[in-house]
Design a protein around this ligand. Structure first.
Ligand SMILES: [Zn+2]
Length: 88
């Protein structure tokens, strides 16, 4: 399994995205930490859902197929090019 972590520009650990895939699969997974609730009761409800496996309260993942991953790559390349042009 290949795993790579991408840190947020703000450096908060909760904002790290984990990208993983198996070389023999045709999909990859992007996992991210979900927003934290400020309210005690919302955190309590989230914990209840997590304990009873109603809903994951901590992490969520998005599965990308090759087509979507390619589109993401192209979008990131466009962003990098635009940023390179803006900084020069
Ligand atoms: Zn951040």
């Amino acid at each position: 399994m290949k795993i790579n972590y991408f840190e947020c520009a703000c450096s908060m650990a909760a904002h790290v995205i984990r990208l993983s895939y198996f070389s023999d699969d045709d999909w990859c997974s992007l996992e991210m930490h979900l927003n934290e609730h400020n309210s005690f009761f919302k955190r309590l409800i989230a914990a209840f859902k997590h304990v009873f496996k109603i809903q994951s309260c901590c992490f969520s993942d998005t599965v990308l197929d090759v087509t979507t991953a390619t589109r993401m790559k192209e979008t990131l390349e466009e962003f990098i090019k635009a940023n390179d042009r803006a900084s020069s």
